[in-house]
Every structure is written in structure tokens, then in C-alpha cells.
Design a protein around this ligand. Structure first.
Ligand code: ADP
Ligand code: ZN
Ligand code: ZN
Length: 744
């Protein structure tokens, strides 16, 4: 029986880091739980306070003789704050962090921050006048102005931020319309809903049989108290969002509240409006650009029941609803659901945990479900619903795979294949737009043969090795090294080397090949400036450019109806990313990229260029066949014991001195091995991190793999105190990452 409890006595101030330890009286040892509210003696005299239990433990951090006892439990059951605190306790234990870090993640902390003023746009002309201006903008191809006015025609008032971010408009466009007397910019210090007079209660679509089956199935299971999460697998446009809205309506009808997670980049203006139209003032949208003060305000409104649906990215999961009924996670496969700072929690697992605590149910949705979720659904841990048809009859774009090895054989060494160039020329002639996509995400400088496509891989981990200075190739899982070779070990060709291409080189090349084309580039360099991102997208949406060259940034979310050609220049860049998720990421990116072509009336073509046309990830993406991809991918994961076949935990170490870090990594490695007496955990590494040095800090990684997730938690719990006590580790940073997604 744990004898001690850490208690936090004040969660409203900035004192989250302050927990106090008390002894648990024998009479409470069986009942006391994390999250419960208790009464404790505090300070001198007879003063008492109520506090929350953040952790029950065997370890006494103070002189046991001087520790005081808990007086009693303040309230039976666990209230909202208590639930959030026990959620924090779960996060701490499962992912690894301090309790303070976990509490800060789940509890919005009040700070005295100056309230930012909000601006909103108000239409000042009548509907008829607006229609006239609209026609004028259309004639003049002023599409940014058109988009803005079109939105204002539907809603008289709009939040400035919502409009500028999601309609890809610059300040100039707004200013222009203001000068023309079409709108007025108003400033507000009080909070208002981003969309006013949204005509809430708009009649919902009549669901098709597949959608109905999903809604009925999910609701009746939930009604029976079945708390299994549901996974809706349906292509883009199959009507998942309509299903979500129907579920939310039902939950609201029961007097409960809803949280909808949508990756920021995928939350378009159209989607936001759809929610506002249906649910009006009850909806609020949060994003990561909110200041802490704004976030706190939003959270307070949710707590008080002034809003009942919150839509937002990962952190919206912690909205303090008193009576939460449903958590929906759209695009559940997205990497942005995983936190990249400690605690490195994943919103999907954490949502399931939160839902369990308060009796809510979880619905996941995706066109390309994560391998983990789909595997769980097939196993019956999640309930699976399929939406196979597109709700509106729009054909999926056609895909063509171009074998770059063939290009080389035919003497074409350009990054643009002959076929892609021909199609680009055609689009230019027709005045249609092209997007060229160079995926450098997770790109680790793999080495491959351009004649036969062979990629050099680690013999132990079956992931591609990365090129380092001095002609070394390194595996970022196990640290295995080899010298780079002069000739391809398979075909003997000397066209072997690292794949090098940046968006800038591509943009320059495209400009040389098509001197009359207007070429835009979008990547981290060109979007560094404020508004840089919006400016580029606006210009492209306006038709002020014919060709947009970019990184994965251009693939997600945005709708450009005039784009009829998408070129993926080198699908291999993401395919050989040096980690076990590379194939999955490639499948998702290719599917999304293909989806960019042909959003409008014209059917589109997606061209996928690759040296590995027969890699399953590319074949199945081109055929838009997720189940086939899944089957191949799970076979690989089982063979190599990667998730979901096994659970993984990464230990990230960093420090300013290389030798100290190397020594520390060895100490930690040995500590792991000592604790792994039964051998149930596979220990891999230590290896240099993918990015071996950041901000003058050297970085190393150790990976643990195990079929039993709880065993990894135990290992972590056991290592944590050692790290604090160890001479060699104390001055290093050591972090845990459970089922890492985004690499280190
Ligand atoms: P997803 O979320 O799967 O991408 P959406 O819910 O956005 O799909 O639906 C795609 C389009 O089809 C939207 O314009 C939506 O309004 C429309 N739609 C969806 N379901 C229906 C339906 N049952 N009847 C009519 N239109 C529908
Ligand atoms: Zn070769
Ligand atoms: Zn390896």
C-alpha cells in the first residue's frame, strides 16, 4: 500500500510546480486515488486547505518523522479538476515527464496577460450591392477580393483572424475592400464568436445509408455503455464531417459537450463555417496562435458552459468541459497529434484515456488511417465504419507513376521527367495550374542507385542508412556504420550517391525550362516572414502564378480549384526517411498530394516520379488501395517488431560535451540492460540522433522495443529516479518518447 501522497493545494495560480507530501492515514490507504480532493493541515496553527492528490507513492521525499497526515477526503468522487489531474498523472506515468510538466499541459494556467483586441470585418453594403461587386471582381479575376466578399455575403460579420488565415488573404485585400466602402474593420476588446449571425440550425444534409449506418452504430453502442473507440475510414469527400456533426448534435441533445480535434493545417475556412452554420454560437475554434490569455478565456467559457463545442488542434483535448460526451479526432493519422515537447503525449491515446474517466466516447476518422489504428480496428479494439463512396459524385484523380530509372536510361537526367514536362506544358497552354511537390519531411540523405533504384539499408533494422560527413553511412536506430561505396552493390553502376535537391533548385530549373511561366516557391525559407505563407497561397489562389513548387506544406488542406496537375518529384525522399514509419508517411503524402489535383470541375492527374515504382507504398498509393498497403506494411512491422507489432520507447539524450554525452549514453544503456533481466525488452543503440547536433548540443538515442506496453512503463519508472541520482546523467537532458513519430 502506498503510504504517501503528493498534494497540490493551489491550481489557480502559477504554483503548479509546488506539491506537498503528506502521509496517507491507514483508513484511507485503500480509497485514496489520484485526482481526489483532500483536506490537509497547512502552515501553523489549525489552518487547513483543500488540495488534490497528484500522486500516491511509496517514496518519501522528506524526513518521515516530520511529515503530516491527510485529514480526510473532501468530496466523494472525482470532480473535473480532479479528472484533469488524474489525466496528468496518467500522462506523466505513460509518456514520462515531471508532474509539473504534465499538469501544465492539461490545466490552462491563469496569467495576467493584457487582453489582445480582436478585429472583425463587417459588411457595410447591402446584399444586392455585394452581388454587383462580386460580379465585378469575378470579371476582373480579382479572386482574393472575390473570396472575401463571397464570405461576407454569407455572413455579415467575420472574425479578422479567421478570414485572413483560412481564406489566404493578405492585409492589403482587406484594406482595399475597406477603401472601397464594402466593409468596415471593427475592434473589440471583449470576446465574441468568430462568426456572428451564422444562421445556426441550418438544415443538415440527409445522410446516405453508409453515413447513417455509422451514426446509428456509434450512437447505439455508446448508448449501451460500450466505450470502445470507433474508427471511421472513408476517403476525402465521403462525408465524414457530416457524420461528426450528426454525432455532435445527438450528444448536445443529451446535455453534453463535444471536442473536435482537427490538425490546424487541415482546418479550412469552409470547414469552420460548416460547424458555425449548424451549431452557431455554441461553437468555438481555437488555434495554437492564441495567446495564453486568450486560451485561458476560451477554456473558462467552456467550463462555464458558454460554449459547448470546441474545435482545435491537439491541445483542445484539454478543454475543461464539465460534462464531456464525445471526442472526435479527424485525420487521426496526422503527426501533429503527437507532442514534440515533454510530455510527448499522443492526442489519440490521451483522448481515449480522458474519455474513459468521464464516460465520453471517442471517434477517429481518416482517409488513410494510421497503421496502429487500423490494426486495432481489425482486431476489434476499435469499431470500424467504412464510407466507401464520395458523397458528391467527384471522381478520384488519375495517378501515373513515372520510373526515373527509365528516364536515366533514356538519357534524361532532369528532375522533371518527359511525361511531367509534357503535362506541365499542356496545363500552361490551357491556363491551368500545376503544383510540384518535393517532400523533404524526415529526409535523412539516404544513398541510392539511380540506375537500378537500389537503396542502401541497415542490415539489422531494415531502414535506409543516412549519409554523414567523411563518406560514412549511419543507421539512426542502432548506430551501425558503413563506408559509402563507389559502385552500386547490385548493378555495379557508378550513379550511386545521396539524393540532393531543394525546392529552390527545382524552382530555378522550372523557370529555365518554362521561361514564360510564373513560378512560385513555398518552403520554410519563403514563409519565414510574417504573412509569407498567406501571401504565397493568396497569389497562387488568385491565379497570379502558374506553377507552385513547395514542400509538404502545399499538400495539406488548401483547395485550389484550378489545379489540374500535381507532380510528386521524388517520392523516394519520404520513402527512405531512415525510420520505420517512412512507408506509411509516403502512402499518406501521396494520397493527399493526389487529392490536390482536380478539386474543381476539371479532372486532375497526379504524377508520381520515383526510382522505386514497384515499392508497395507507391504501388498501393497510385492504386488508392489502402487495405493492400496496410497488409504489406503490417507484414514488415511484424517481421521487424515495430509498432503496432511491438511498442517502442525512445530515450533521447543531449548535452553540450560530446564525451560526457557518450559516457552518459553508455551509463543509461547499462542501466537499461541491468533492469532487463528477463530479456523481454530489445535494447537498440545508443546511436547518434538523426540530427546529431542542434544548437551546440550533441544528441544520442537509445530505443527499447517490447511486446508488452506495461513493461516499458515499468522500465521508464525505474529509470527516472536513477537519472536524477546518477553522476554521469544528472547534467544531461534525458527525455522519453513513447512510440516516437517525428524523430529526434
Ligand atoms: P469528408 O469529411 O469525409 O471529407 P465531407 O463531410 O466534407 O467529407 O463531405 C464532402 C462534401 O459532400 C461536402 O460538401 C458535404 O457537404 C457533402 N455531403 C456530405 N454528405 C452529404 C449528404 N449525405 N448529402 C449531400 N451532401 C453531402
Ligand atoms: Zn544499381
Ligand atoms: Zn540499424
Amino acid at each position: 500500500m502506498p503510504e504517501y501522497a503528493d498534494i497540490i493545494v493551489d491550481i489557480s495560480l502559477e504554483k503548479l510546480d509546488k506539491t506537498f507530501q503528506y502521509r496517507i492515514p491507514r483508513s484511507l490507504q485503500e480509497t485514496l486515488q489520484e485526482g481526489m480532493q483532500v483536506i490537509v493541515p497547512f502552515g501553523g496553527g489549525n489552518r487547513t486547505l483543500t488540495g488534490y492528490v497528484t500522486q500516491v507513492t511509496d517514496r518519501c521525499g522528506f524526513d518521515p518523522a516530520r511529515i503530516r497526515e491527510i485529514i480526510g477526503i473532501a468530496e466523494k468522487g472525482v470532480c473535473l479538476e480532479g479528472q484533469m489531474i488524474s489525466l496528468a498523472a496518467w500522462i506523466r506515468r505513460f509518456y514520462g515527464s515531471t508532474m509539473n510538466q504534465a499538469l501544465k499541459t492539461v490545466l490552462p494556467v491563469r496569467r495576467k496577460i493584457q487582453e489582445k483586441t480582436r478585429r472583425r470585418l463587417v459588411r457595410t453594403v447591402s446584399e444586392e450591392e455585394a452581388e454587383e461587386f462580386l460580379a465585378l471582381f469575378e470579371r476582373k479575376h480579382q479572386t482574393a477580393r472575390f473570396r472575401l466578399l463571397e464570405a461576407l455575403l454569407k455572413q455579415e460579420e467575420l472574425d479578422y483572424r479567421l478570414v485572413s488565415e483560412q481564406l489566404h488573404l493578405t492585409a492589403q485585400t482587406v484594406k482595399k475592400l475597406e477603401e472601397m466602402g464594402i466593409l468596415r474593420v471593427e475592434t473589440d476588446t471583449v470576446w465574441r464568436n468568430p462568426v456572428k449571425k451564422a444562421g445556426a440550425g441550418e438544415r443538415p444534409a440527409v445522410l446516405n445509408p453508409e453515413q447513417q449506418a455509422a451514426v446509428r452504430g456509434i450512437l447505439s453502442r455508446a448508448g449501451q455503455g460500450d466505450r470502445k473507440p470507433s474508427l471511421i475510414y472513408g476517403v476525402t469527400g465521403s462525408g465524414k464531417t457530416e457524420v461528426y456533426m450528426e454525432l455532435i448534435a445527438s450528444v448536445l441533445g443529451q446535455g453534453k459537450e463535444a471536442i473536435v480535434l482537427i490538425p490546424e493545417i487541415a482546418l479550412t475556412f469552409q470547414t469552420s463555417l460548416r460547424f458555425y452554420r449548424r451549431f452557431g454560437e455554441q461553437v468555438t475554434i481555437v488555434n495554437s496562435r492564441l495567446s495564453e490569455g486568450e486560451r485561458y478565456d476560451q477554456m473558462e467559457r467552456a467550463r462555464k458552459g458558454q460554449v459547448r463545442i470546441v474545435i482545435g488542434p491537439r491541445s483542445a483535448l484539454f478543454t475543461p468541459f464539465q460534462n464531456l460526451g464525445i471526442i472526435i479526432i479527424d485525420e487521426e493519422h496526422e503527426g501533429s497529434y503527437k507532442s514534440e515537447t515533454v510530455p510527448r503525449y499522443h492526442a489519440r491515446e490521451t483522448a481515449i484515456q480522458r474519455a474513459q474517466m468521464c464516460g465520453a466516447f471517442v471517434v477517429l476518422g481518416s482517409a488513410t488511417p494510421s497503421v496502429e489504428s487500423y490494426a486495432r480496428a481489425l482486431k476489434g479494439d476499435y469499431l470500424l465504419y467504412r464510407l466507401e463512396k464520395r458523397a458528391l459524385e467527384k471522381p478520384l484523380p488519375r495517378t501515373e507513376v513515372i520510373d526515373l530509372r527509365e528516364e536515366l536510361r533514356a538519357g534524361c537526367r532532369s528532375i522533371l521527367s518527359r511525361r511531367l514536362r509534357e503535362l506541365m506544358e499542356d496545363r500552361l497552354k490551357k491556363g491551368q495550374q500545376t503544383m510540384l511537390f518535393l517532400n523533404r519531411r524526415g529526409y535523412a540523405g539516404f544513398v541510392s542507385c539511380r540506375a537500378c533504384g537500389h537503396v542502401l539499408k541497415c542490415p539489422h533494422c531494415d531502414v535506409s542508412m543516412s549519409l554523414h560527413t567523411g563518406g560514412r553511412m549511419v543507421c539512426h536506430y542502432c548506430g551501425y556504420e558503413e563506408r559509402t561505396q563507389e559502385a552500386c552493390p547490385v548493378c555495379g553502376s557508378s550513379y550511386i550517391g545521396a539524393f540532393r535537391a531543394g525546392t529552390q533548385q527545382v524552382a530555378e530549373l522550372v523557370q529555365r525550362e518554362f521561361p514564360s511561366a510564373r513560378v512560385l516557391r513555398m518552403d520554410l525559407d519563403t514563409t519565414k516572414n510574417k504573412d509569407g505563407h498567406e501571401k504565397i497561397l493568396e497569389a497562387f489562389a488568385e491565379g497570379r502564378a502558374d506553377i507552385l513548387v513547395g514542400t509538404q506544406m502545399i499538400v495539406k488542406g488548401h483547395d485550389f480549384p484550378n489545379v489540374t496537375l500535381v507532380g510528386v518529384l521524388a517520392a523516394d525522399l519520404s520513402l527512405y526517411g531512415g525510420d520505420y514509419r517512412a512507408s506509411e508517411r509516403t502512402f499518406q503524402l501521396l494520397t493527399q498530394a493526389a487529392g490536390r489535383a482536380g478539386r474543381g470541375k476539371e479532372p486532375g492527374i497526379a504524377v508520381i516520379q520515383t526510382y522505386s515504382p514497384d515499392h508497395y507504398s507507391i504501388e498501393t498509393a497510385a492504386a488508392q488501395d489502402y487495405p493492400a498497403f496496410f497488409e504489406k506494411e503490417t507484414a514488415y512491422r511484424s517481421l521487424m517488431e515495430y509498432p503496432p507489432a511491438a511498442e517502442m520507447m525512445a530515450l533521447y539524450l543531449s548535452g553540450t560535451e560530446k564525451e560526457v554525452l557518450e559516457q552518459g549514453a553508455q551509463v543509461l544503456f547499462r542501466a537499461v540492460c541491468r533492469e532487463n533481466r528477463d530479456g523481454s525488452i530489445r535494447v537498440i543503440g545508443p546511436a547518434d540522433a538523426r540530427v546529431a547536433r542542434v544548437n551546440d548540443r550533441y544528441r544520442k538515442v537509445i530505443y527499447l522495443k517490447c511486446r508488452d506496453p506495461e513493461r516499458l512503463t515499468e522500465m521508464k519508472e525505474c529509470l527516472e529516479p536513477r537519472i536524477g541520482e546518477s553522476e554521469e546523467l544528472r547534467n544531461l537532458s534525458v527525455q522519453f518518447d513513447r512510440n516516437p513519430m517525428n524523430g529526434y
